[in-house]
Design a protein around this ligand. Structure first.
Ligand SMILES: [Mg+2]
Ligand SMILES: [Zn+2]
Length: 288
């Protein structure tokens, strides 16, 4: 599953309304006819806890795991998103997913789309099928034991903390890594604040994260490039990756120039000794 990395760029994708064009939680609930119950219970508990309860309701009403999978396999996705993912991977980027959906939904979808091998890591809420054939969705961060301490984020997941962990793993490796983060939701705002000046934030235009960034743009250190749909996502993402690769190549060329001028000095130094006798023989000096 590990992606081949060679350009020091990590592209982090949100999943719902970023890779796929809808919210997978809403999609499953709506397609299986449980919207009213979902809407009724939403004000009473955290989203993640409600999704677990909805999966119990589906099971109690005889909806099978296979039916859930079938619904997930026809989830809408913009036709340019998969080419964008494949191109970013082909250019040597490492791709990761950070999502507040769950492992079962995401794995079912990316496997169906044939893109699971492009991602080196999927950070999301655990989703496991139990012996009774019921999907159990647990929080990524177990808030019954302790809070993750971020007031911006839902209790089950702070995406900003995940981004910080990814950043720390790269600084440990000592490589100069740039991150490109793509997202649409309010939960993608916290990570946008963790990005560094060399990074890129790609908020989906007119979606909650874009609104939050727009309220105070100076809070985001990364370069912000908004996008509207899969087509714009592809061209903007490719543009950023190509810019980064060519600016890094220029930097390498500069280094090479400095190195090769050093080589000249060194070779002159080495050549100096054997040249001495020649220099003595050169009559030009005498002519002058
Ligand atoms: Mg989203
Ligand atoms: Zn947070």
């Amino acid at each position: 599953m590990a992606a081949k990395t060679n350009n020091n760029i990590v592209v982090v994708f949100d999943f719902d309304k970023t890779i796929i064009d809808v919210d997978s939680d809403n999609w499953v609930v709506d397609e299986l006819g449980f919207t009213a119950l979902f809407d009724q219970l939403l004000p009473t508990m955290p989203w993640n806890s409600l999704m677990d309860l909805m999966m119990k309701e589906l099971h109690d009403h005889g909806k099978t795991i296979e039916e859930i999978k079938q619904v997930l396999r026809r989830i809408p996705i913009h036709p340019r998103v998969i080419p964008a993912i494949k191109s970013a991977h082909a250019l040597g980027c490492e791709l990761r997913i950070v999502s507040d959906a769950n492992t079962f939904f995401i794995e079912t979808i990316v496997e169906h789309l044939g893109i699971s091998e492009y991602f080196s890591e999927i950070n999301t809420n655990p989703g496991l099928v139990d012996e009774q054939g019921r999907l159990k969705i647990s929080p990524y961060h177990d808030f019954t034991k302790s809070s993750h301490g971020c007031s911006r984020c839902p209790p089950n997941m702070c995406k900003g903390l995940i981004i910080e962990r990814i950043q720390a793993s790269f600084s440990k490796e000592g490589s100069k890594t740039r991150m490109i983060y793509l997202g649409d939701g309010a939960g993608d705002y916290c990570p946008s604040l963790k990005l560094k000046a060399q990074d890129y934030m790609m908020p989906r235009k007119d979606f909650p994260v874009w609104d939050l960034i727009s309220q105070n743009p100076t809070l985001v250190k990364a370069a912000v490039r908004d996008w509207t749909d899969g087509e714009a996502m592809e061209s903007i993402l490719m543009g950023i990756i190509n810019d980064v690769i060519s600016s890094d190549e220029e930097e390498e060329e500069e280094k090479d120039k400095i190195l090769s001028s050093d080589h000249c000095k060194i070779s002159v130094g080495i050549a100096h000794e054997p040249l001495l006798p020649l220099a003595r023989q050169v009559p030009l000096k005498l002519v002058k």
